[in-house]
Design a binder for this molecule. Structure first.
Ligand SMILES: *Cc1c(COP(=O)(O)O)cnc(C)c1O
Length: 364
């Protein structure tokens, strides 16, 4: 079977050239005489791989020396506890914007360790928008201000950052990291599970300002202590060695494509193509409107569950897979991460156009 167009929300599509490169090095990496999977993480050859990955990430996102880059495990979900354990230690109070299921999980986990002030929520309309925020409601003494930059399930994205002043901004970028230019200096901490835009599952990247490290709660497990990981170059224990290597290949692919500016432009083009079609369609409708729309995850519905089901079934049969929407939104969702080529989006839009024509003819 040929490769399909994979619109999975995560783990998700990886560029074919990256997979092929990994394939070519799978059994024997360079002149190591072994696979990256088989190497000691303490070996010089592996050290070069992790160093190169970090250097590429720093270069791609413009991460200064004021920040540590950590390669961890436990998924983005472990960060929901790790962040408060390490950062919510001065006043024990944080601000948070409730924009979906991931922010909600971050909220309930943080609530075990500190006081969480919800400064905005879009729960009233199934998280289909980013709430307007009033900085007057922000806590000036908060240990940090938490957002989920891109809401994978609901298809919303923070187009503008909240005005947090000197309070460190903490962002879950699991589903948008590397998709657009960001100013890292505006953040105290950025984290992302790798399986959407950085490589395979198993790796969690944390970018944290150095001065925020070293004030952990006494109860913090050793493995949840940023300082331990920073001091040990992400090798306090065995890091996810192969996933880090794959992340390096993804970063090389991104660099060779022209870097983050080019990637952002392509992403905007892909999303515009898809939203333009949805906005002109009489059958398919986007569930998010205006400036809050995500460039990565696009939920859409027909308003009729049977048609949704039929569409997903026929799309799958035609090689457009993983389009079923999250159960909390229903309908469909197309995740068009970095590695989804523009041809894939074009082909899906063409397929949807034809489906709509058939529908109007009564053929569906
Ligand atoms: C996928 C995702 C997560 C969960 O990541 P895990 O690595 O499975 O823990 C958290 N936040 C966002 C925004 C996500 O998209």
């Amino acid at each position: 079977m040929d490769r399909v167009y994979n619109f999975s929300a995560g783990p998700s599509v990886i560029a074919e050239s990256v997979l092929k490169k990994a394939q070519s090095e799978l059994v024997n990496f360079g002149d190591a005489g072994m696979s990256v999977m088989e190497m000691s993480h303490r070996s010089a050859v592996y050290q070069a791989i992790i160093d190169e990955t970090e250097a590429l990430l720093r270069q791609t996102l413009g991460i200064s020396d004021d920040y540590e880059v950590l390669f961890l495990q436990g998924g983005a979900s472990s960060q929901f506890a790790m962040i408060p354990m390490n950062l919510a230690t001065k006043t024990g109070k944080i601000d948070l914007v409730l924009t979906g299921q991931w922010a909600s999980k971050a909220l309930s986990e943080a609530s075990k360790y500190c006081e969480v002030n919800v400064v905005g929520s879009s729960k009233d309309k199934t998280y289909s928008y980013i709430p307007k925020l009033d900085p007057a409601t922000f806590n000036k003494d908060a240990d940090y201000f938490y957002i989920c930059s891109n809401n994978t399930i609901y298809g919303t994205h923070f187009a503008e950052l909240p005005e947090v002043g000197n309070v460190p901004l903490v962002a879950d970028m699991s589903s948008c990291i590397l998709s657009e230019k960001i100013d890292v200096s505006k953040y105290g901490l950025i984290f992302a599970g790798a399986q959407k835009n950085m490589g395979p599952a198993g790796l969690t990247v944390v970018i944290v300002r150095k001065d925020l490290i070293g004030n952990k709660m006494d109860i913090t497990p050793t493995m949840f202590d940023y300082e331990i990981h920073a001091k040990n170059g992400s090798m306090y224990n065995t890091p996810p060695t192969y996933a880090i290597y794959m992340c390096k290949l993804v970063l090389e692919w991104l660099r060779d494509l022209g870097g983050i500016e080019v990637m952002e432009k392509i992403n905007h083009e892909k999303a515009a193509m898809f939203y333009d079609f949805l906005d002109s369609s009489e059958l398919f409708n986007a569930t998010v409107m205006g400036a809050d729309r995500s460039y990565m995850n696009i939920p859409f519905v027909t308003g009729n569950e049977d048609i949704d089901k039929d569409f997903v079934k026929k799309a799958t049969a035609s090689g457009f897979v993983n389009l079923k929407g999250h159960r909390s939104v229903g309908g469909m969702r197309a995740s068009i991460y970095n590695a989804m080529p523009i041809e894939g989006v074009k082909a899906l839009v063409e397929f949807m156009k034809q489906y709509e024509v058939d529908y109007k003819k009564g053929a569906i």
